[in-house]
Design a protein around this ligand. Structure first.
Ligand code: UDX
Length: 453
């Protein structure tokens, strides 16, 4: 058992703290936001994440997990994880002011020779620069980069069953110390220099975003030639060199990581004089997907007085209440700007959505959102929408347009029921009884395995 501290009780910090405690360590999680800390102490989690409450309260009860705003509580820690946010700053560059602040706050309290482990996604060179700060050198603090690859919705599992644990360190001793913390996990340890670890994190997210933007670009070609993007993705995904994940076309990527990391990598590259046309296109295509969806809806509403659109799902993906970077909200905003009434439903993200977009009409169940609606946009493929009674939906809605923002509905069936089904690269011939689109729970063979869990 090691004495550990985690700075920051956001997504990454909370999951890290809870999972490290679950591995048997004694963990103090420092959170400086008074309201968030009070809520945590009162037993309320600031985020929705499957499996996390059980881990947090279980380990808190066992006396292995503590929350505090007092940096004095980290005095016994052998290693301190920095898991504070690095939001998009000017020109898209990652703003590392929270990291800097965290480092300066901990120095006066930390043990001599403590290991400082950077989990936050930081620009390449950040860990090197921190290690050279005079107070860090003076306190004999060793700085390590240990990027986190967890996905919201499956964060606990991703932490406890990682595909790799990356340790970016400049000494074998530091690698060994970090590896010891993770010793009870069955994971490949990849030991590299700090800069490579930092760049690998950005590259992983940018590459995943690239796959999605790429398949979205191809989906427009599929529409133009009346081919089936699901089949195309399945066929290319069967090539082991390509693999099936992250090839589902639709509204594109959102969340707190992909948008900020693609932007941060692009602007960091520019600073080093590197030409990055791919990264720029990846971002642009993603913006265009949202624009395209909004336009589909606006076209469908042409000539209707006081049009109403129901948006099902506002979380940026299922199994999270996070609306950061959510395509649904961008599209809703665009519709509102065009005089459309927008009603939204989401099983978990309504509160967060109304915080961002006050003018939005939040509905407690999908049918109430759909009542009298002229068009429906399925923006997040929540499991709950699998069991929608489409005959009832048809009777409930005023209009008949369904825009399937995640290519998960059974387009053939919807067409039979009289809906006007719109998708992202699924062909019309399959809407006319010549084939079926897979339905939401049928998962697209070879393209499942991510996001639709
Ligand atoms: C991502 C990375 O996967 C994770 O490793 C990193 O640590 C943080 O960023 P997350 O933001 O939780 O995780 O979401 P992820 O599951 O990767 O999905 C990102 C976005 O891509 C979602 O908006 C999702 O809807 C979209 N997506 C995913 C697609 O549009 N098509 C796909 O085929 C897959």
């Amino acid at each position: 058992m090691e004495q550990l501290a985690v700075l920051g009780a956001g997504y990454v910090g909370l999951v890290t703290a809870a999972c490290l405690a679950e591995l048997g360590h004694r963990v103090t999680c420092i959170e400086v936001d008074g309201r968030r800390l009070m809520a945590l102490k009162a037993g309320q989690l600031p985020i929705y994440e499957r499996g996390l409450p059980e881990l947090i309260w279980g380990n808190a009860q066992r006396g292995r997990l503590f929350f505090s705003d007092d940096f004095g509580e980290i005095a016994d820690a052998d290693a301190i994880f920095v898991a504070v946010p690095t939001p998009s700053g000017e020109n898209g560059e990652a703003d590392i002011s929270f990291v800097r602040q965290a480092v300066y706050s901990l120095i006066p309290h930390a043990k001599r020779g403590v290991l400082l482990i950077i989990k936050s996604t930081v620009p390449v060179g950040t860990a090197d620069r921190i290690s050279q700060l005079p107070p860090v050198l003076k306190a004999g603090i060793e700085v390590v980069s240990n990027p986190e690859f967890l996905r919201q919705g499956t964060a606990v599992r991703d932490f406890l069953q990682p595909e790799r644990v990356v340790i970016g360190a400049e000494s074998a001793q530091a690698v060994e110390r970090v590896a010891r913390i993770y010793a009870s996990l069955e994971a490949s340890i990849v030991s590299v220099d700090r800069r490579s670890a930092e760049l690998a994190k950005y590259t992983a997210n940018a590459l995943l975003a690239t796959r999605i933007s790429f398949i979205n670009e191809i989906s427009h070609i599929a529409t133009a030639v009346n081919a089936d993007i699901d089949d195309v993705a399945r066929i290319v995904g069967m090539d082991r060199r390509i693999g099936p994940a992250f090839l589902r076309s639709g509204l594109g990527w959102g969340g707190s990581c992909f948008p900020k990391d693609v932007l941060a990598l692009t602007s960091a590259a520019a600073r080093y004089g590197c030409h990055t046309p791919i990264l720029r296109a990846v971002y642009e295509i993603n913006e265009l997907q949202r624009e395209h969806a909004a336009q589909l809806l606006i076209d469908a509403l042409h000539g209707i007085d006081d049009p109403i659109v129901a948006v099902l799902g506002v979380a940026f993906k299922p199994n999270t209440d996070d609306v950061r970077g959510s395509p649904a909200l961008t599209i809703a905003e665009r519709l509102l700007g065009n005089g459309v009434t927008v009603r939204i439903h989401d099983p978990f993200a309504l509160v967060n959505a109304s915080d961002v977009l006050a003018r939005i009409d939040c509905r407690p169940d999908p049918y109430s959102a759909l009542e009298g609606a002229d068009a429906l946009l399925l923006a997040t493929e929540w499991e709950e929408y699998e069991t929608l009674d489409w005959t009832l939906v048809r009777e409930t809605m005023r209009g008949k347009t369904v825009v399937d923002g995640r290519n998960v509905l059974n387009g053939g069936h919807l067409t039979e029921l009289g809906f006007r089904y719109r998708s992202f690269g699924r062909p019309e011939h399959k809407l006319n009884g010549n084939g079926t689109h897979h339905n939401i729970n049928g998962s697209i063979p070879g393209v499942a395995g991510e996001g639709v869990e």
